[in-house]
Structure formats: C-alpha cells, structure tokens
Design a protein around this ligand. Sequence first.
Ligand code: URA
Length: 240
Amino acid sequence: MTEERLQKVIARSGVASRRKAEQLILEGKVNVNGKQVTELGTKVTAKDEISVEGIPIEKEKLVYFVLYKPRGVISSVKDEKNRKTVLEFFPEIEERIYPVGRLDYDTSGLLLLTNDGEFTNQLLHPSRRINKEYIVKTEGIPDRKKLDLFKKGIRSDGDLLKAVYVKMKSVDRKKNTAIIKLTLHQGKNRQVRRMFDAIRTPVMKLSREKFGNITLEGLRPGEYRELTPQEVADLLQLAK
Ligand code: URA
C-alpha cells in the first residue's frame, strides 16, 4: 500500500495547508489510529485513521477507471522526457489516480487506473491468477512448435515467461504477418515482447484486450469509463 507523509495527507484533505499541517503535528494536535503523533516524517497509508484536533479528516473517495490507452503514451503519472502520459486523458478527475501496472509506450489497450493502493496490490500480486488477454500482430508467421513453447515457458533474463493460452487467430501469407491471441497470468515487464523476441518473431503491434472480466467494449482509443462497483468487486474476487 502506498505510504505518504502525514502532513501531505492532511493538506490534501483540505483541513490545513502543508505548513499549517506540520505545525499541527508538532503541536500534538494530530492523532493516527487514536495515538498522538508529533514526528513530521511519519508515513501513513489509506488504512490509517487520521484526526486533527479530534476531528477525523475526510478521506479521498476511491475511484476506478478503465482507459483505452492509445499507442505513443506513457503509463505513468509523470515523464521526465515530457511525453504524453495516461493522466492527460483524465483532465477533470481530481483524485490522485495512477495506473495499475503498465503498458509499454508502443502498446495500446486496456489500462486500469485507481487511487486505491490495496486494490492495486491485490491485482498485481504475482501469486494472483488473473487472465490478461493480448492481441499481437507479428512480422513473420511463427509455427505451432514455437507457439507451444509459450505454454511450457521461456527463459528470459532470469524469468520463466509463460502463457496460459495461445491461439493463432489469422495469417496473411502475402504480407507474411500473423495475428495471435495470448493470455497471461503473469505480468512481467515487457513480457509479451520478450516472449516473441525469444522465438525471434518481431512484434509489429501489441494490444491488451482484456484484464480479468474487464474489456474495451464501447471505448475508443483515448476514452475511459468508470468501473461499476460490481466490476471492482469481481476483480477483487478474481484476485483471491
Ligand atoms: N507485454 C509487453 O511486452 N508489453 C506490454 O505493454 C504489456 C505486456
């Protein structure tokens, strides 16, 4: 769960400026989970109950979105090279959302965003078996044997990269390209690209079509929608 400095959380709740919040902490007017805290560096998480002069501060509402990320956008909240980030698709959202995992700059498709650290931890935990479905367009047509290697697992930089499902959707023999559907449980960095690198088949396009029960239905690139409470509950159930 994301930890933040106590004064920052107080300031965000609107009760006081950052400086005033620091003063309140030093004066012993802030309690965390019922205990007085006077240390400025104290870290808190969304689970902690914070009160200022005996009054609990209001917590940020938890929000959950699905974005159809276009290619050429970075999956983080800031980019030191000033490239477009996924947050730019949410100009009117006040909550401090961030992506649940990431998609590469050149990958398009389904990206979840939230401000719920616990939800993020649950979904990204390596032991969870949530289906993530990808569609890959390749240069060259890999044979069945090569694709079968994906199910056995392929070693790459110390990781065993596996797919739970692989299907050749279509081939274009004239253009020498193929469309392949791949379902993963794992979510290692650049996993799909590394798997195709390992069988020496260049990836021309990569898109994530599904994350658990969530699809891109009804969304165009750059559009997002809020998840329903049922969808959030179902995702957490899948992560159990
Ligand atoms: N695998 C990749 O290689 N890239 C992504 O963005 C997602 C999965």
